[in-house]
Design a protein around this ligand. Sequence first.
Ligand code: 13P
Ligand code: SF4
Length: 357
Amino acid sequence: MALAGEMQQKTGAPKPAARAFKPLEMPELEYTPGLAREMAPLYEKVKHVIPSIEWPFFAPYIHAINRLKKERGAVVLAHNYQTPEIFHCVSDIAGDSLQLAKEAAKVDADVIVQCGVHFMAETSKLLNPEKTVLIPDVKAGCSLADSITGADVRLLRKKFPGVPVVTYVNTSAEVKAESDICCTSSNALQVVESFGTDRVLCIPDEFLAKNIAKQTSVKILTWKGHCEVHERFTAEELRQYRRDDPNIVIIAHPECPPEVVEEADFSGSTSGMINWVKEHQPKRVVMVTECSMSDNVAVENPNVEFVRPCNLCPHMKRISLKNILESLVYMREEVTVDPAVAVRARAAVERMINLGN
Ligand code: 13P
Ligand code: SF4
């Protein structure tokens, strides 16, 4: 993905006509007694995960963002890994990658502010070519998306002619454009089996592919891409949790290495994990994934104790209340995709969404 100017340089394609949005005035960010009163019910909801010392700093930003969203006709999409002040206080729609892609296809707003990483903003743009999609920090990348290029996929197709190519949604539009269909961690098995072939290329996440391979007779060929957050968990770490507390419940994301997922009691997408906790209400649980998620889930599950291995995604953490507000004030950073790439990448994402429907 590239910013409009970079894309023009790379492709020589004309820059899409930018919509004329005037910058707004940066709001006053003062924590007055009136603001404290107005924001008190919201703080009540998040007080278990946002320390009271931090609230006077967050509250003026939250207030300003929620006001400017209306002024701009904007909607804020937030991934489950965003911090609680974003996830619970400014997002309109929150979810896992699949939910965000589906919701992005339906949004009825002129402007989308994507609180997540680059490939997510790019997916929103693919599904909403006529809308303005903003990402508060254009450097919010992803180690999986960075692990493979469109040229790599073309080489794989030459090496394995006729084998369908499934790409994880954590990839650039250029890579999506080279694939037959996308998948996310919540539908990968269904997508892989949808071809009825005996072999499928499932790229670029090696661990997701191997975890799926255990659940199907389809032979899965993969790539050596890894999530830099989930690859750090070890099976020994999980066994240690169980030695410390034999009653502990462990749930893991399928981007973790297979031996880690094997040690877990349940594995699923970020929303799959959230729903599992809501439904099962374990007394103590470890969520083996990015650590902001436990804070977000804790707000709605006060009777569950979360043991929090704190592996942070440095890319997700680039998004802050400050740069979300700046996005709305200055309308930056706008995400664009070369139309020739977009048309093919969109088809791969839409095939995935239609399969679910
Ligand atoms: P989910 O699709 O489970 O939300 O996970 C994607 C991911 O790893 C985002 O970083
Ligand atoms: Fe990418 Fe991993 Fe961060 Fe998700 S958690 S954005 S897969 S690096």
